[in-house]
Write a protein of this length. Structure first.
Length: 361
């Protein structure tokens, strides 16, 4: 699996772009704020329907334009495919696969698997639980259409339940809406239980891989373990919602459910989020991404596509070497201000592009 080509029109700072990639290592280099990351964002968006920056659609469209277009050409098991994305300033995106419009994002998942690694990911360990939940959700969604459907359903029901809580709080003494909570609770438990089960399985599979990777990076001096920390267990989900209903009404927000999950990262049985040094936190984050690559390989029996957004400058030589050792066999598209690090590591780079002011020069 690899990206063959990318064409853009009115995307971010690109009026137009047409670029072809090697199926191995590609470098996009240039000064900051020239548009290197925008290329990775376009690839990621075409593969997942979402920006890794969590940007709104209207923020992606080039200034003074109403529409933006992405055309991504990929090759999977020797078969070519095309993904077209039409981003509008008003209304939902239009997406087509091989010229056929799709109605749901789930129809796109499984066609292409993307792993994004940016400097922000180096902080995933010490950041709040929201970042770690997002890490789980984005990867599991690419691996499971059912998970994406359950996540979408859960978020919609959660919004409905929170709106009902606000109405009950505002209209005190009116019990007509209380029965509605029973309906939302039932649906929340059903969709949420599926999320908890999948997340628990995902962390378990990562654990089988990450320990060995982390051990090799740290010269066998540290043992790393991930621990899933669900906000509530499946068996007690319904009861917890009932017990905290009055508190939820008071706060006008749902306090129980997988939207408050987290996972712990432990080195030698010590919580890295709290007690780890900056170096340990960065090594744990790198191990997390490298294990993600191996997990996707195992599940889809193919190589994912790796996008590295200016990560090399943030890693010391040892961590850089650990990363480079594992990307030689998969397509990698890298952004950086220079490519000296790759030359020093004697990495075989297939294509190099200089990016300047939204153009490949």
């Amino acid at each position: 699996m690899y990206v063959e080509s990318l064409a853009l029109k009115d995307f971010r700072n690109y009026e137009s772009l047409d670029i072809r990639f090697s199926d191995k290592i590609n470098i996009l280099y240039g000064d900051n704020a020239q548009g290197k990351t925008n290329i990775l964002e376009a690839i990621y968006l075409a593969a997942t329907t979402r920006s890794h920056k969590k940007s709104k659609d209207k923020e992606i469209i080039r200034f003074n334009q109403d529409n933006s277009f992405i055309r991504l050409g990929i090759k999977k098991r020797d078969v070519g495919h095309r993904i077209d994305v039409h981003i509008k300033s008003v209304g939902n995106k239009g997406i087509a696969v091989d010229g056929i419009p799709i109605k749901r994002a789930t129809e796109l998942f499984g066609l292409i698997n993307i792993i994004m690694f940016s400097p922000e990911d180096l902080s995933i360990v010490k950041n709040g639980p929201g970042e770690r939940r997002r890490f789980m959700d984005m990867e599991i969604c690419q691996l499971s259409r059912i998970y994406y459907s359950n996540l979408s359903t859960y978020n919609k029901v959660l919004d409905q339940r929170n709106n009902t809580l606000k109405q009950i709080s505002f209209r005190k003494g009116d019990d007509s809406l209380v029965d509605t909570l029973d309906v939302w609770d039932m649906q929340l438990v059903e969709a949420g239980s599926a999320l908890i089960k999948e997340r628990k399985n995902f962390i378990s599979m990562l654990n089988e891989i990450i320990a060995g990777i982390h051990s090799s990076i740290t010269s066998n001096s540290e043992g790393l373990e991930l621990r899933y920390e669900p906000n509530v267990e499946i068996d007690g989900f319904k009861e917890a919602l009932e017990n905290k209903r009055n508190l939820d009404i008071k706060n006008t927000i749902t306090m129980t459910g997988p939207h408050r999950d987290d996972f712990g990262i432990f080195i030698n049985d010590s919580d890295v989020r709290i007690y780890g040094s900056q170096g340990q936190q960065r090594t744990a984050a790198l191990s997390l991404k490298l294990s993600e690559i191996e997990l996707v390989k195992n599940i889809i029996n193919d190589n994912p596509i790796l996008l590295l957004d200016d990560v090399m400058s943030e890693l010391d030589s040892k961590r850089r070497e650990a990363l480079l050792d594992r990307i030689s066999e998969i397509q990698t598209i890298v952004t950086c201000t220079g490519y000296d690090d790759f030359i020093k590591q004697r990495v075989n780079v297939d294509k190099i592009y200089k990016i300047s002011q939204g153009r490949v020069v």
